[in-house]
Design a protein around this ligand. Sequence first.
Ligand code: PSU
Ligand code: MN
Length: 311
Amino acid sequence: VSESFAMSEAVRSALDASRPVVALETSVLAHGLPHPRNVEAAERMSRAIREWGAEPAWVWIGGGAVHIGLGEEDRHRLIGAPPAVKVARRDVVPVVASGRLGATTVSATVWAADRTGIEVVATGGIGGVHLRADGSRLPGSDVSADLLELARVPRTVVCSGPKSIVDPVATAERLEELGVATVGYRCDRLPHFLVRETGLPLDHRADTPGEVAAMVAARRRLGVVSSLLVCNPIPAEDALSRVDVERALGRCLLRARTEGVTGRDLTPFLLSSLAEDTEGASLEANLSLLESNAALAGEIAATLAEGSRPA
Ligand code: PSU
Ligand code: MN
């Protein structure tokens, strides 16, 4: 494992000492947020994790290796020009083989976290079942690789629910089919990224990091191979209203169709046109939930490390 996974000193020593570590995706930095807000997001998230005594482990690809841990110089390259490849799990092998620079999405990040023994992963919103671009607002056939990968590896992923640009109900149903436990953190309804809640009731809830840790312990005891998806609603003071996001999204989907944007470019396109359409409000909200999820992930990782420390 060690030659193909290049760990930073800080992450390596934290793992060796059983200190808490949180894995983070870098596609949100390279493709999901504009400069310089991506730098701000990286710093706010890292700080929030460190406040819990945990080590941030940003996952990225470069020089033929999967890197765990991101220094400032590499971060500069990763978010600069020429742009890094957006790496979902299917892209890991070709991007490593070619030596190109890649920024990982949730699917590639949970895969790498599993391979390197990092339990907790933080992100903003996960991908899901995209809406059709025909104005019908119905779920389409473009499904994020995030969903299947959450079913393939046993990790704990902290997010604010599926991103605004996907159908929350179809996404939740797909997660159910895949056997991924979707847990509301201090909430009973599925949060929806920039919006605090959808109307969709959740069957499972945790109110403390200890309750999440108990679920992780049960998952391990049972040998279940699928992730726990901890859904942490965006802080109320930064949340947008459901109606506002729906209206803005309608306009953005139309734009995507007119401009013929599809495939892996769709998510970055919709996130940036949403920011434009809401005059930056969605960007503020996105940064807020990223930081809040990083903090909760740090707290959960710290709780898990506490429990695994020899008495
Ligand atoms: N969450 C955010 N911003 C993002 C993403 C998530 O707040 O940019 C990224 C993640 O990397 C996620 C990806 O895995 O979008 C999903 O893209 P797609 O829908 O193309 O699978
Ligand atoms: Mn897609």
